[in-house]
Ligand binder design. Sequence first.
Ligand SMILES: [Zn+2]
Length: 79
Amino acid sequence: MAALVTEEFEYHNVNYQRRLVKCNKDLCKKCPHGPYWYAIVKIGSGKPVTRYVGKNLKSDTLKFYSENPEKVTTYETQS
Ligand SMILES: [Zn+2]
């Protein structure tokens, strides 16, 4: 999926990006979709992992990821 980052900031070692996403489906009249927020975290020497957050980025989410950055990677390996 192609994505355009419209907003980005870092908070407690987690990078947050607001992206407009193209689904690449033929005849899609709603492209680009979003914008949606994503949280990107890099733990140790591993590859950065991206988690879809949603349309709104709540202060609860910021707090949760800043305190539990490993939860971002857990989500990715289960999906
Ligand atoms: Zn689309």
